[in-house]
Design a protein around this ligand. Structure first.
Ligand SMILES: [Zn+2]
Length: 225
């Protein structure tokens, strides 16, 4: 059985007021939905699940930044650039470098989409819903969907989407922070509570990957610090 988790990072955008993009006030609504798409036959499913559970990946019991309860079975990962938007490409390149600097994973770019673990793409994310108040326009900046095996806790594939219509006119710093946040989901990180200093806080992507995030990714991938 496979499960697909879609993490919709609702990062409503604060327009106007002449503030630099990285200083913008951001509020968020986070939605996540889980549904399964089973290819398994009913017969023999339980025994397969039991065998798979026996091979479950070790996950740390607690981490500074919350995790989703799954990770890649390897620290060597491949990512495919599916967007041609040069601003978003730059953001994804920066985010990959930043996660590689943690030393916990090594993400390398590949030219074959079918062989990639993670897909870096663009897409319109405003169609999933907007809300507005006086002076605010809300829309989504990024989204990541992950496919994983719930028995082994192993990620199978992740797809991170950035919305060019929301991000192309922001700063490079801001775009890279959003890409780091989305790739954080692609590596198995969940949203952090607001009081934390983390790139995984949906309301605050002003910061990049923090010491807590680095500690978490190292724990998740079994790297002694
Ligand atoms: Zn998010």
């Amino acid at each position: 059985m496979k499960r697909l988790l879609i993490l919709l990072c609702m990062l409503p955008f604060f327009w106007g007021w002449g503030m630099p993009a990285h200083a913008m006030t951001i509020s968020s609504i986070n939605q996540s939905s889980v549904f399964s798409s089973g290819n398994d036959q009913e017969n023999g499913m339980d025994s397969r699940a039991n065998r798979a559970a026996a091979k479950a990946l070790h996950l740390p019991s607690s981490t500074p930044t919350p995790t989703e309860g799954y990770r890649w079975p390897t620290r060597q990962l491949k990512i495919y650039m599916a967007t041609h938007d040069r601003f978003l490409q730059s953001a994804f390149f920066g985010a990959v470098r930043a996660w590689n600097r943690t030393g916990a994973v090594h993400i390398s770019w590949c030219h074959d989409e079918d062989r990639a673990d993670i897909i870096a793409q663009d897409g319109s994310l405003t169609s999933t819903g907007t809300s507005s108040n006086v002076g605010y326009v809300s829309s989504q900046l990024g989204s990541t969907s992950t496919e994983y095996n719930p028995d082994t806790h192993a990620l199978i594939r992740a797809r991170s989407t950035l919305d060019p219509s929301q991000l192309d006119y922001t700063s490079r710093h801001f775009r890279t922070a959003v890409a780091e946040h989305e790739l954080g989901h692609a590596l198995g990180l969940a949203h952090a509570p607001e009081y934390m200093h983390s790139v995984m806080i949906p309301r605050n992507v002003r910061t990049g990957i923090t010491r807590d995030d680095r500690a978490t990714i190292c724990l998740l991938y079994g790297l002694k610090r």
